[in-house]
Write a protein that binds this ligand. Sequence first.
Ligand SMILES: CC(C)(COP(=O)(O)OP(=O)(O)OC[C@H]1O[C@@H](n2cnc3c(N)ncnc32)[C@H](O)[C@@H]1OP(=O)(O)O)[C@@H](O)C(=O)NCCC(=O)NCCS
Length: 175
Amino acid sequence: MSIFLHADTLIIRPMRQDDLEQVGAIDRISFSIPWPKKAFQYELNDNPRSTLWVAEANTPGRKNQVVGVIVSWLILDEVHIATLAIHPNHRGKGIAQRLILFALQDAVKKGAHQATLEVRANNIPAQELYRGFGFIVVGRKVRYYRDNNEDALVMTATEIEQILGGRLANSVLSN
Ligand SMILES: CC(C)(COP(=O)(O)OP(=O)(O)OC[C@H]1O[C@@H](n2cnc3c(N)ncnc32)[C@H](O)[C@@H]1OP(=O)(O)O)[C@@H](O)C(=O)NCCC(=O)NCCS
């Protein structure tokens, strides 16, 4: 499944093996503790609970540029957003919102009713992003991140099918 957005300049599609290098580069530039090199490979090929989507930009000057990635795990009726990152040059364009929409929509189709994630306590952009999808803070993991001992906030969203219904009504995905 893939869908065309922004007059065919951006597509959201399942991640492929040949995306690994670009996805790894986005991860490394986005996080102070990037995933180990083989982690995305494992998620892609060996974790049956994992779903990986990428945002691919196609412009006249550059084709097939991976600009964002989201990985989620489906466990019973709960989808856990394991990682989400957008290349710094492409932030603020709604790409993360679209990746989340795809990941949640796909998870709902597979039986998910709620969603969960951890986010750094100081990562306000990400928290705002998730709040927009109905996530609320339900817990705190003290000194969770080993690089700076920052706390993690645990955020969850319930009845995600209803949240998606409202979102999709206002989204290009409904066109
Ligand atoms: C957080 C991140 C994924 C957002 O990606 P993005 O594509 O720029 O986000 P979007 O353009 O889809 O923004 C959607 C919403 O997020 C929030 N948001 C995004 N950037 C923000 C910022 N700098 N400050 C405050 N809110 C912000 C806003 O609510 C925004 O909605 P609005 O445009 O209507 O105000 C991106 O900044 C990123 O990759 N950061 C580094 C990695 C990271 O922190 N990942 C999340 C780990 S939990």
